[in-house]
Design a protein around this ligand. Sequence first.
Ligand SMILES: Cc1cc2nc3c(=O)[nH]c(=O)nc-3n(C[C@H](O)[C@H](O)[C@H](O)COP(=O)(O)OP(=O)(O)OC[C@H]3O[C@@H](n4cnc5c(N)ncnc54)[C@H](O)[C@@H]3O)c2cc1C
Length: 414
Amino acid sequence: MPSDTSLHCQVLVVGAGPAGGDLARRLAQQGVDVVLVDRLADLGRSAFSSAALPMETVNAFGLPAEVVGSRWREWQLIGPGAATRCWAASRPLGVVLDFGALRRWQADQCRRWGGRVHLGLQACSCQAEGERMVTLLRRSDGSLLRVSSDWTVDASGQARALLGDPPPAGRPRDGLVRAAGLEWLLRVSPSCWARWADRLSFCLGSDWVPQGYGWIFPMAPGVLKLGVCRLVDPQRRQPPLGGLITDLGRRLLGAGARADGFDVLDRHGGLVRSTIRRREAHQRGRLVGLGDVVSTANLLGGEGIRHALTSSAVLAPLLERALTSPGGQASAQRALVDYAPQLRRALGWRWELSGRVARRTWLGLHGQGADGRLDQVLRGLERRRAEDLSALLFGYRFERYGLRAMPYLLGWRS
Ligand SMILES: Cc1cc2nc3c(=O)[nH]c(=O)nc-3n(C[C@H](O)[C@H](O)[C@H](O)COP(=O)(O)OP(=O)(O)OC[C@H]3O[C@@H](n4cnc5c(N)ncnc54)[C@H](O)[C@@H]3O)c2cc1C
């Protein structure tokens, strides 16, 4: 029978994704005794995120070159229908991260600053014992590790392994909105690579992905990411994602795997689940939620990495201060009272607006009428610069065009 063991620390961070990895490295750098755990045995595996980011995020969070897969300076929107539109900038506008490399780098930084990293541990439960938290983690051989900490941070992503899902909302539109994504990593020929390098390409319109979108991103020379994502709509029968991504690959790259020289190196996927208004509890006593656990992922582009990093930048100093004020669970609750409002301010009012735009746009995108409305919005953007598109799609600055395009996006006008 495998034996149980125990560990003590000031802060236990469960989940070594962008949110948990960033928090652990920040706390370790400040001398906090931090333990970072993840159920994955290798953080380079199961790299489910397509990880496109604007350049500002790379600079703001000091991400090193080793986590960057490639850079891009062009937007390409394919569809609806036969239209293909491109917007090119003279300088790089952003990067596509190597998501596995990002997670490894963050964990490595945590170790270098004196933090402890334990992989292959699945958090099962967490409860208060006096002024401390006790978290139970299971190893792959079934044995248990008991971690006693001043604070436990749930950074387990949309799984919300410890904090749990928010209770069902009174109004359905305040509940969790789900998006499901599937992605293939492809090795392609040099000529195929040249066609898709330097640009983020999206396929829009119901004949590509009803209620969602497809994409091709350049990952590294000779390697592309091909993906599909859509909002889950319990009201409709939705075609399987596997069929949609196969179809996308056939239409964009040729007849199928190997037929025109591409190999599928990896297949992965996952869910994004967020509430639009983000009114869920961010904390239960000395258990705190971070990143996707508190719905920081935005549903417009299924985009959560930079918002997860923002949540850790907000929480880290508050948690450091809270460590110096001991007391029971009630005083712990008070110590982080500023966390949710500060995070809401850091994400900004546009974050919530864009979530509402996303729900309207994607759920409504089925059939010719919706394709026509989307085409009209895109036509209105044709004379804009690539930088303006970044401001719209990453900065959520709808109002710039907006007053004409927004009613269509929001479905107020058809
Ligand atoms: C297909 C797809 C494409 C995406 N594309 C983009 C994109 O282009 N750009 C972008 O910004 N975002 C993208 N996202 C979203 C983005 O990946 C997430 O929002 C982001 O990773 C959230 O970071 P996080 O640290 O909060 O959670 P996660 O990255 O989900 O990390 C959570 C970690 O917790 C671990 N974990 C879970 N449960 C347990 C447990 N019980 N015990 C121990 N460990 C546990 C997991 O193994 C994981 O490592 C995409 C998502 C998907 C699914």
